[in-house]
Design a protein around this ligand. Structure first.
Ligand code: ASP
Length: 238
């Protein structure tokens, strides 16, 4: 549902890469089980393809063209996730990158000029759940703009943007590069039970330079924290 909402940077409305392509990452995790797609193009719901990787393939992660071919085999039809808003965001990003008439210039300009703290934006979507006492997590993104084609963020990397085990579920949003360097979700997961989960999250993100947000649940707590604006919702069927 969140991937279908164009306000988010996941599925429909995902950001473009600086070559104009849209490559999305998504993953799902259950205790001891994982599935992810990396830099997948032209599908409506990357997270459902990630679930198919987990449930119907012998692998854990599929990337690029292979991921797209697998998606088609599983019945996910061709879909262009681009929106007017994402096109506008790309134009404004490219304006900030001087000399962008060809890809080589864009890459040079990108490397020399991008101030990550200033330019990077987020809006990844994620969910954690507990159903019949069992935890699950899912996360999906169009990436953190601006980015090179082929760039992989934290979302499809277990332990970085997602971690789920018997003790709980944790997913993150923010600058993938920084989240991967901290193995953020695994570190938080490992500390479940050590005082309040909220305090653990605050402690783990305290050294972050860029924007970061986490949602997490254990058998005792459902918590979230972000160092910038992050929408959250809580739904209970009990
Ligand atoms: N974490 C995502 C990435 O770096 C971006 C986001 O959270 O919005 O790919």
């Amino acid at each position: 549902m969140m991937e279908d909402d164009p306000r988010f940077n996941a599925g429909t409305g995902s950001y473009h890469r600086i070559d104009g392509s849209i490559q999305m990452d998504a993953s799902v995790m259950l205790p001891g089980r994982f599935g992810a797609v990396v830099a997948i193009e032209n599908v409506k719901n990357p997270v459902l393809v990630a679930r198919d990787v987990m449930e119907k393939s012998p692998h854990l992660i599929l990337a690029g063209e292979g991921a797209v071919k697998f998606a088609r085999l599983m019945g996910h039809e061709h879909y262009n996730p681009e929106t007017e808003k994402s096109r506008k965001a790309m134009s404004s990003t490219l304006e900030k990158l001087a000399d962008y008439s060809n890809m080589e210039d864009r890459i040079t300009s990108f490397r020399n000029r991008v101030d990550f703290k200033k330019y990077l934006s987020a809006d990844t979507v994620g969910a954690v759940s507990r159903f019949s006492g069992r935890f699950a997590g899912a996360v999906s993104t169009g990436g953190a703009s601006p980015m090179l084609p082929g760039r992989v963020g934290d979302v499809p990397i277990p332990g970085a943007g997602i971690y789920v085990g018997d003790q709980g579920a944790v997913v993150a949003t923010g600058i993938g590069e920084e989240i991967i360097q901290h193995s953020l979700c695994f570190r938080i997961y490992e500390r479940i039970g050590e005082g309040s989960l909220q305090d653990v999250i605050l402690d783990e993100v305290s050294g972050f330079k860029g924007p970061v947000g986490v949602i997490a649940m254990s058998s005792r707590e459902e918590v979230w924290h972000a160092n910038k604006t992050m929408s959250t919702g809580l739904f209970s069927m009990e």
